[in-house]
Write a protein that binds this ligand. Sequence first.
Ligand SMILES: Cc1ncc(COP(=O)(O)O)c(C=O)c1O
Length: 489
Amino acid sequence: MSIHLDGRGSLYEQVYRGLRGLILDGVFGPGSKLPTSRAMGKELGVSRNTMLNAYQQLVDEGYAQGIVGSGTFVARSLPDEARRPGAQIPSPKRRLKLSTSSYAQRLLKHAPRAGASWRLPRHHLPYDFRYGEPAYNDLPLETWSRLLGRIARNARAGELAYGEPAGPIELRQALAGYLRRARGVVCEPEQILITQGSQQAIDLIARVLVDAGDRVVLEEPHYTGFSFVMGSSGAELISVPTDSNGLQVDNLDALDGIRAVCVTPSHQFPSGGVLSLERRLSLLSWAERENTIVIEDDYDGEYRYEGRPVPSLQSLDQSGHVLYVGTASKLLFPSLRIGWLVVPQDLVRVFTIAKAFTDTGSSGLEQRVLAEFIKQGHLERHVRRTRVRNAARRKALEAAVSRELEGIAELQGTQAGLHGVLWVPELPGSREQDLRRAAAERGVGIYPVHPYYRRRPRKAGFVLGYAALTEREIDEGIRRLAVAIKRLH
Ligand SMILES: Cc1ncc(COP(=O)(O)O)c(C=O)c1O
């Protein structure tokens, strides 16, 4: 195989351009498999990392597709620009080499490793335990589209113009009521900012409150939505362990100069512990003593199946150190991209400016639909209904695991939320991919938990999202998974 390296830019860019040329020339036809990065690297005399970066660039730009466990394949249809007859790729000689900011460098450094959720390709497996999917059939889409149609048809000029950057006041009022009833959150509607999912809320917090070099605590394991953003902001990331009661708050005493602590108290992500009331109170008094911000990610707090409901941290906070982050991604559906951030009164103005400078505000129509949806009681009805359905799915998962995998695997963290972690203690972490492949051959999608750890666990573990599956599918999926695990042992 000969690839022309044009000597311009970094080595991976040259390899990427060379490969792209071969794809465009049809040397690698649509759908064909590219040589493994190892083999190709050897042939070209470049490191495997260089090859991985080049492949990643092809994937990012739509020339290729990575299929976990199988390799990298040329896309069946190439990006529009490339397919247009006679389309010219600007000659690298004429192309300006843009340098990037130090923020951009940090973004690249912290970008997800293969396996972190938003990078996972879809395989359309019949028993897919992919985390983060609701049961789309449970959604009251009829009601949603009726409201959307009516609101869009009747929208007046003012409602179609630029809106409040923090979101229309009727949504913030409706949410303030909902959050009070459902999560005990105490706030004025003005303290709520509507964001594009909780991810934007976390990003805004980093911009407004975190400087490069600040020390930020993450749970171990942790939600990568925190580590990507905080790491990219230049913060020094410090891990504090968790157990079945969530963050081990006592460990904070040994740390000083902490700017922020990122927590998932209602259902530790991904391990599933619920932060005990005692720890909540000691976290809050520590934060007050140390003058530290606590970022509460309450992503699935509505789904709790065991024990007494624990109030949100925000509801216990007497001193205004908690920033509360919530999302419609679990309550409704992720593509809605609506989340909310509750900030202390004295930060409202600066957060509103940050939101305005970022995107001038989120999409107006959807926000109005959500406001109406909440006001008419649909959200709470939907949550009540899905809580019952998800409880049944969770029960099916627990029953199937104890029936099929007794003594072989342990399910952890299912007392709340929409996922659990399945540990396979006898299987070393290095064999996770083997099990993934074996499971996929049987139609079962499972996803390793290690991307959520800064220190990779020795044993194999998988995040199992169950909300999108029926009880029968969960049952059958676990039965098939058990066969795959037993064959590997
Ligand atoms: C811990 C955690 N927080 C938040 C979210 C939701 O993120 P967003 O609101 O940006 O969709 C998820 C989604 O998977 C999550 O796992």
